[in-house]
Design a protein around this ligand. Structure first.
Ligand SMILES: [Zn+2]
Length: 193
């Protein structure tokens, strides 16, 4: 059912570019059992809907099913949230995991086959990277992060275009070869702007 919520969330984000998602009127009943929900503010929520297992939201409002305790987050600015997650991923100092790579691809709304064509690999390779069956490798890891920078420029997201080479040099020179999963915590008050 988290999938259903995610679809709802994505549809709302597309419909409303301000990113108002899962508004209080939307979550009146549990998405799982249809029962009553309880509104709880200032909660910590593991954001598995992102497709990542290491992302936590802090200080957000959650609707909790009274019967089975399923929890549904109120996310008011999903674009900002996903931008913050993407930034945390691309700035990490170790190799990307398959899930992180997939998150970036989806965040950029790239189809696997189109990304495969850009990187000069097969669709199967993209799939094996994303499931963790195959190592992404240092060149494609870096290329993916650079693609994300280009994408941000295209989206006209705030982007410091000075000394790009120096910053990439600093960021990439100590990039560990092995993927490491760092906890990513996003605070709700950072999502307001
Ligand atoms: Zn329920």
């Amino acid at each position: 059912m988290q999938k259903l919520l995610h679809r709802t969330v994505e549809r709302s984000a597309v419909a409303d570019q301000t990113g108002l998602v899962a508004s209080p009127d939307l979550v009146t009943h549990c998405f799982e059992c249809g029962g009553r929900v309880e509104r709880k503010t200032n909660q910590r929520y593991r954001y598995l809907e992102s497709g990542l297992r290491n992302v936590w939201l802090e200080g957000i409002t959650v609707y909790e099913c009274r019967r089975y305790r399923d929890r549904f987050p109120e996310i008011r600015n999903i674009r900002k949230l996903h931008s913050l997650i993407a930034a945390a991923i691309t700035e990490k100092r170790s190799a990307l995991t398959g899930s992180e790579f997939r998150f970036l691809r989806k965040h950029m709304r790239l189809k696997a086959k189109d990304l495969a064509a850009v990187l000069g690999v097969t669709l199967t390779t993209i799939s094996r990277w994303e499931t963790g069956a195959e190592r992404i490798g240092p060149a494609n890891d870096r290329l993916m992060r650079c693609l994300y920078l280009f994408w941000r420029l295209e989206q006209r997201e705030p982007f410091d275009s000075t000394q790009v080479f120096e910053r990439l040099h600093t960021q990439f020179k100590d990039l560990g070869a092995r993927p490491r999963v760092n906890q990513i915590t996003i605070k709700a008050n950072g999502l307001t702007s």
